[in-house]
Write a protein of this length. Sequence first.
Length: 182
Amino acid sequence: MEAPQIDTEKHWFAMRDLKRANAILPAYKQLAEAGVEVFTPMTTRFSVRNGKRIRVEEPVMRDLIFANESRQNLDPIVAKTPTLQYRFKRGGKQGEPIIIPTEDMTKFIGAVQNANNPKFYSADEIDPLMCGRKIRMVGGALDGYEGTLQTVRGSKTKHLIITLPSLLAVSVDINDEFIEVL
């Protein structure tokens, strides 16, 4: 019987970090030190240390990491780190990790990095009442991005919601003049 083939092509894997919130070396830093391209949505919050108020960058979802590497290179790291796991598809094959298409991940990362104040939502927080029409951005920093229009009652700004199915969504401020309704 042949051993199963391990994929040598790079993919964006959704991973889970089970370390404590105050861990000195969280998995996203550990993977980055190992030479793996990592993306973890970060948010800024204020904390008090030694009586001083300081700004702290921390992950939006502590256990969510996206790693761009081949399964062949990630498996040994996951095997030797008991607190690092792949996220698996629900209803999929046994042991099939969640792989995000490269184009979707690139657009998600670009939207987060180009936004002044991105707002993140977990998959269960997205309500159909939040989402409006499908739109495409034409021009500006988010040229070519597609998503749904979020309109907030009483707000003068419009937001584009870009979703990574069953994982995470981000809402970013957009300019009215670049909207094309699909």
